[in-house]
Design a protein around this ligand. Structure first.
Ligand SMILES: Cc1cc2nc3c(=O)[nH]c(=O)nc-3n(C[C@H](O)[C@H](O)[C@H](O)COP(=O)(O)O)c2cc1C
Length: 222
């Protein structure tokens, strides 16, 4: 699809979808993701490594846009299909971003609005060190400029796949995580998949009811 028609369709989605029930004044529109890059997928796979040390550089909105798009951005505008595969296209995850240092964005917890490629404020304040504590004190989470947290109640997938949904949702988290890893490797950022966290504490810190299902800090490698 040509970039111009993609832009037009994205604008339609921004105007007519994805913002139901949200305070529109708190919505931050993200720049369009780039659909071409200078690093091949093979080079990104070869370069990918878990990164646990980050500089304190403020990330650009363009970088934030790119990593969120790689996780769950819409890549088929007609059917609404996303960057990572999903069992029956049920898309069970909410995507939260704990922002510490991103240009033009106040620190806080934001929710990714997939249909509009935008973020909306969910909870104010720099919560990185609280999230770090909830993740058993893994220091790099406090250092990373931002952290993506997947959260789910399994319901969209459970409705169609019953007990198998637990497996399917876990598989899908892996797809999203790998997309994030490879996108970071391709644009000079680093990330690490974190599975060690206390559910209840992290839910409280983020102000969410759904189950946190992967914590993914990212930033410029130190
Ligand atoms: C499900 C899962 C949970 C993980 N949890 C953590 C974690 O809590 N903390 C951490 O530092 N790394 C975590 N990792 C990252 C692994 O330690 C890492 O992938 C492994 O050491 C291989 O290194 P590589 O990713 O650089 O290839 C996790 C990875 C997976 C797949």
């Amino acid at each position: 699809m040509k970039f111009s028609s993609m832009t037009a369709m994205m604008l339609t989605l921004i105007l007519f979808g994805g913002c139901k029930g949200e305070d529109k004044s708190a919505i931050i529109q993200l720049p369009q993701p780039k659909l071409t890059g200078s690093v091949s997928v093979e080079a990104a796979i070869a370069k990918r490594r878990s990164i646990r040390s980050y500089s304190d550089r403020t990330l650009t909105l363009t970088e934030l846009s790119q990593v969120l798009w790689a996780c769950q951005g819409i890549t088929d505008l007609v059917r609404g299909f996303r960057a990572a595969p999903s069992a029956g296209a049920t898309y069970p995850f909410d995507i939260y971003i704990v922002i510490g240092k991103v240009e033009s964005v106040e620190p806080g917890v934001y929710k990714y609005i997939v249909k509009s490629h935008a973020i909306v404020l969910h909870k104010s304040g720099d919560l990185r060190s609280k999230v770090m504590k909830d993740c058993l004190g893994q220091r790099f989470i406090g250092e990373a400029s931002a952290t993506i947290v997947l959260a789910t109640d399994f319901q969209p997938t459970k409705k169609y796949y019953g007990e198998r949904s637990y497996r399917y949702v876990a598989m899908e988290a892996g797809h999203i995580g790998e997309n994030l890893h490879l996108q970071c490797a391709a644009i000079g950022l680093g990330t690490v998949m974190v599975g060690a966290y206390r559910d209840r504490e992290l839910q409280q810190t983020l102000g969410i009811d759904k189950l946190p299902f992967y914590v993914m800090p990212f930033g410029e490698p130190k």
